[in-house]
Design a protein around this ligand. Structure first.
Ligand code: HEC
Length: 194
């Protein structure tokens, strides 16, 4: 099926913070973010380190550590039928619009082990972990929750994107000013050449 449009905004820190919170509470039990560090995320999202440590690290890990989880591969395959992959780079692997659509397209299907199936990822072995939320929230609010979650996953897949954009603007500004001065210097020299 076609994916719904998704336009990320990784400079919206409030959105990223909400997405992180949803991720840590609903996804992190199964999906590590092992190419990322807690501290990096805290700093990028402007969350004080102590607040982050007290509220978003549940297994006693230190703030400087990589975001690993304790779920063992064999156990996961036995319990879930598949190993939940690390999702650090998922937004680059699958694209954000895929994730955004995937998480909003679970439907009841009694032939499947969890009683649900997915329109984007047929016969997926992941339970619909957000089912209660989806049922209790108005559609617009659920969509926003998934927007924030996908936005966070987009950030985590490419954490320097914002910084690159900012530096890019300075580089362009520098080049423009430099070109102006180079031109003025050229004109000065040209006068003497006549
Ligand atoms: C109970 C464990 C569990 C939880 C919690 C969980 N997942 Fe999954 N997830 C899985 C498993 C297992 C798979 C692999 C499914 C398969 O291969 O059939 C998966 C697959 C995925 C995939 C597709 C990976 C790929 O490219 O093949 C995405 C995206 C994903 N999960 C996102 C999430 C998000 C976001 C959350 C939190 C809202 C979440 N998952 C919570 C178990 C879980």
């Amino acid at each position: 099926m076609e994916c719904d449009d998704f336009k990320s905004n990784v400079s919206d820190k409030a959105s990223l913070q909400r997405g992180l919170s949803t991720y840590m509470n609903y996804c992190y039990g199964c999906h590590s973010l092992k190419y990322s560090r807690y501290k990096r995320v805290a700093e990028d999202l402007s969350i004080p380190l102590e607040m982050y440590e007290n509220n978003l690290i549940y297994d006693g890990s230190k703030i400087g550590e990589l975001m690993n989880i304790s779920l063992q591969k064999d156990d996961a395959i036995e319990w879930l039928g598949a190993y939940p992959p690390d999702l650090t780079l998922e937004a680059r692997l699958r694209r954000p619009d895929w994730i955004y659509t995937y998480l909003r397209n679970y439907y009841p299907d009694s032939s499947r082990p969890y009683g649900v199936n997915n329109r984007v990822y047929q016969n997926v072995n992941m339970p619909h972990v957000l089912e209660d939320l989806q049922n209790s929230l108005p559609k617009a609010e659920y969509d926003l929750l998934i927007y924030d979650l996908t936005n966070f996953m987009t950030y985590v897949a490419d954490p320097t994107a914002e910084q690159r954009k900012r530096i890019g603007i300075y580089v362009l500004l520098f080049l423009t000013i430099f070109t102006a001065f180079a031109y003025l210097t050229y004109k000065e020299f040209k006068k003497d050449l006549k």
